[in-house]
Design a protein around this ligand. Sequence first.
Ligand code: ADP
Length: 272
Amino acid sequence: MSLVGIHGVSLRYGDRQVISRVSLQIETGEFFVIIGPNGAGKTTLLKALSGLHPLIEGDIQIRQRPIGDYTKKELARTLALVPQQVNADFPFTVAETVLMGRYPHLGLLAVEGKRDLELAEQAMEFTEVIHLAGRRLGQLSGGERQRVIIARAICQQSEILLLDEPTAFLDPAHQLRIMDLMERLRLREKITIVMVSHDLNLASTYADRLLLLKDGTVENIGTPREVLTREQLTKSYGCTLLVDENPLLGTPRVSLVSEKVAATISKDSGEL
Ligand code: ADP
């Protein structure tokens, strides 16, 4: 039984349809990455998965139960969303923000107990923001803020983590930190990771499977080796990309090829 089942889902903004009849399954403990050109519908699909976007057609089930049947608290115990943009004006400290992740687990009085405080501390240690505990979100860099929101999501102890481009705007060291963190969560805690990313090489390195979305429909779905082919990427992104093999991992490695270089090579040899 798949953990997440998306069946014939269509989504729209006003009368504009942006996702058309998408169907797929995500398994427990999978590292699932959604890629595709700008405007393909990646963020909208992720929002729908988190219950934040109404479906006009089809259904989304978690453990074979439609997400519409979950109460808000149940859904928050099941999945946590790390959005693309984190509001820097959020008037709370890092520790307070992370502790908010406990809300779905609190009783009627909504008072945090010792265990909740411990879990918040552990999450801050795990994402290496414990030294920032007393600072307000507005006093942090983009990367630090991102790690705080991930800590809140971890503190939420949900089975599924949904992340929208968590590595955008981060330098390579911080990109790796976030991705390795996700990998550890998946391996240690069996958490299922669903991530939107523009970084094809990070996707290739970490993902079990990729969904390539284009114009709101599934272009391809499969392992990085199945999806990240030169033919597929050239067709989907409309530019020349070189795909060879990562010498360390054997996974596909994608490089950008400028128009000038592409023209020279195709003139000389007829192919890249
Ligand atoms: P992606 O994440 O793949 O870049 P999005 O899911 O953000 O794509 O957007 C899919 C389409 O929906 C785009 O054409 C975008 O312009 C449109 N869109 C996104 N958000 C809104 C909105 N709030 N209102 C109207 N259209 C939107």
